[in-house]
Design a protein around this ligand. Structure first.
Ligand code: GRF
Length: 186
């Protein structure tokens, strides 16, 4: 059985979708570890409710990014992880993590390379976008860069940010589950 780690900073709805899919066999893997850079974030409660180990840390308690990433690598090594999935982890990775793990993927709520960054949905709505979507990509040292693995689009002609968010999340939860399952089987 392949083992995956999910990194998240906040709500953790993608973590929930991934963990549920692992449990019902829709992803041929198990979630071995959740990594969270905001102790107390909702995702840490979700991990606890599912009995999944969680490493929650406060970056400011470390001297540098390299220091906390070394700690993360040690935790990943301790459980033995085949694939790292970023799901709302709001930090750029350094060479410490990128060098230690060949396979790190991320999900982003836009059709990359459009609307990189933390406010993709709001910016797309403000721009008057008519075709929205979700991207899953390999992670490199740049913001929402890295080669694209999968994308899924939907049409929406309106200006309700909450409605776009709702539909983006729906697509994310489906596409991330399908894509992770393919990756762990590859
Ligand atoms: C998702 O929209 C993801 O694309 C972005 O952050 C959000 C995380 O949502 N990177 P959640 O924490 O999984 O609910």
């Amino acid at each position: 059985m392949k083992r995956i780690a999910v990194f998240a900073s906040g709500e953790g709805s993608n973590f929930e979708a991934i963990a549920a899919a692992c449990e019902r066999g829709a992803i041929a893997a198990e979630v071995a570890l959740v990594v969270c850079d905001r102790p107390g974030a909702r995702v840490t409660e979700r991990a606890a409710a599912r009995g999944i180990a969680c490493f929650a840390f406060a970056p400011k308690e470390y001297a540098s990014k390299a220091d906390y990433e070394r700690e993360i690598v040690a935790r990943l090594d301790a459980v033995g992880v085949d694939l790292v999935c970023l799901a709302g982890y709001m930090r750029i990775l350094s060479e410490v993590l990128l060098g230690a793990y060949g396979g790190i993927v991320n999900i982003h709520p836009s059709l990359l390379p459009a609307f990189k960054g933390a406010h993709a949905i709001e910016e797309a709505v403000a721009y008057g976008v008519k075709v929205y979507g979700v991207t899953i990509h390999w992670v490199d040292a740049t913001l929402d860069g890295g080669r694209i693995i999968a994308q899924r689009a939907f049409a929406y002609d309106g200006d309700d940010v909450h409605e776009v968010e709702r539909r983006v999340h729906e697509v994310e939860h489906e596409l991330y589950v399908e894509t992770i399952d393919k990756l762990v089987k590859a």
